[in-house]
Design a protein around this ligand. Structure first.
Ligand code: THU
Length: 131
């Protein structure tokens, strides 16, 4: 594993501890690598009105954007489970919005899987489809 992948996974695991998941008890952590080289973490934040829950990937991406990053390179996501956690459909669309090409998925047991954006969401709807 590259140093950067390890750094992203470590950050995703660190912020996973902050997950606000009283309804599902499923804690997720994510981390995004920005074009500046900085890594930004994010956890899932649930709500009693379940549908307004924020996924960890989304929180991490919005943290990076809010810090002024203009280019996002890669994202790591981690949760506890038999296999590496996989981003939900809505998160895949958000990954596509910011052209995040490399997605690293992991579980706490240390299983890691890497996929490209095109593999996760082939034929994504994008700004080019409007007009
Ligand atoms: N969740 C994430 O944060 N990321 C994923 O990729 C899958 C699901 C969260 C949403 C909710 O808080 C909990 O996991 C259970 O669905």
């Amino acid at each position: 594993m590259t140093e950067m992948n390890k750094k992203m996974l470590d950050e995703a695991k660190r912020v996973r501890e902050f997950a606000y998941a009283p309804y599902s008890n499923f804690a997720v952590g994510a981390a995004v690598l920005g074009g500046s080289g900085e890594v930004y973490g994010g956890c899932n934040v649930e709500n009693a009105s379940f549908s307004v829950t924020n996924c960890a990937e989304c929180t991490a991406i919005y943290n990076a954007i809010s810090a002024g990053e203009k280019e996002l390179i890669a994202l790591a996501v981690v949760a506890e489970g038999e296999a590496p956690v996989t981003p939900c459909g809505a998160c895949r669309q958000i990954l596509a919005e910011f052209h995040i090409q490399y997605i690293l998925m992991a579980n706490l047991a240390g299983d890691v899987k890497e996929m490209t954006l095109e593999e996760l969401l082939p034929g994504a709807f994008s700004a080019e489809n409007i007009n």
